[in-house]
Design a protein around this ligand. Structure first.
Ligand code: SF4
Length: 277
């Protein structure tokens, strides 16, 4: 046996231990955050490395193993660097500049290949209210605008019912690109795209946020609670009052959720009015 073998085995052991300890942790820069226990490190490393890129570099780079047999020795190279810095958008001081910055984003290459348009968001750049949905659907992808299909019309009606004009608020989504077949966003895609939403909120500085559906609520609140527990009372996102309610598309599927949604949005309006006093 080669004299190097114990060292090789120790390297493999260390990496397997690392993998086992951190497989559920999305990793940002040099810190480790437990935000999503469903994140599949193995799948994302092995299967979709380009779905988990942050900034211009990958958060995880695919571990490179060079395995060859020479005199029955196996040579294993350790994984290459797996961290990279998060994006820095500090030079973008307006939504327009920020749009120019991300409009050609291809971090989720499978979504970038199938999209017609990146759906950045639409509305008043100085809005007091930001409405956050899940991801563009077919019509949104076609037109490049959020909430323009049937669910969009329902959202306009809901806003009107609580005396908000759609043009006065800003509407956007967690994901800027349409997932094929309108499937749910994947954890890696949310991780790729959420910095864009956070930057939008930083630029707009709304007074209140209305989060529509589970993904919007959980992403903004960094929570794993189901929608039923998140809705019905106010939360805070970076000091901004946030209310979670049902997504209009869900209301089209299940009209029983219209009543609790109505209760939520009335509460939202009441709080908005009391903040203005
Ligand atoms: S979903 Fe977001 S992160 Fe992914 S390609 Fe589209 S804009 Fe980029």
């Amino acid at each position: 046996m080669s004299k190097d073998k114990p060292e090789i085995i120790s390297d493999i052991y260390s990496y397997l231990k690392f993998y086992n300890d951190y497989k559920n942790y999305p990793v940002y820069a040099n810190e480790v955050k437990q935000t999503d226990t469903s994140f599949d490190f193995q799948e994302n490393i092995a299967g979709k490395p380009d779905s988990i890129i942050a900034g211009e570099k990958q958060v995880y780079e695919k571990p490179v193993y060079e395995m060859k047999k020479a005199n029955e020795d196996i040579v294993v190279e350790k994984p290459v660097s797996i961290y990279s810095p998060r994006e820095d958008f500090s030079h973008c001081d307006s939504l327009d500049k920020f749009y120019e910055e991300i409009k050609d984003c291809r971090k989720c290459s499978h979504l970038a290949e199938t999209r017609n348009n990146l759906v950045f968001g639409y509305g008043n750049p100085a809005a007091e209210i930001v409405v956050v949905g899940e991801a563009p659907g077919a019509e949104e992808d076609k037109q490049g605008k959020p909430f323009v299909g049937r669910a969009g019309k329902l959202l306009t009606d809901i806003l009107k019912a609580i005396e908000f004009d759609r043009e006065d608020v800003f509407i956007c989504n967690i994901l800027k690109c349409r997932p094929p077949e309108n499937r749910n966003p994947l954890p890696g895609e949310i991780m790729n795209c959420e910095p864009y939403l956070f930057k939008q909120l930083e630029l707009i500085k709304p007074k209140m946020i209305l989060a529509l559906g589970t993904f919007a609520g959980q992403t903004l609140l960094k929570s794993k609670e189901p929608l039923g527990k998140l809705r019905g009372s106010f939360h805070e996102y970076n000091g901004i009052k946030l209310l979670v309610t049902y997504h209009p598309a869900a209301l089209l599927r299940n009209p029983n959720w219209k009543k609790p949604t109505w209760e939520d949005v009335k509460l939202f309006r009441k709080e908005f009015d009391s903040m203005k006093k």
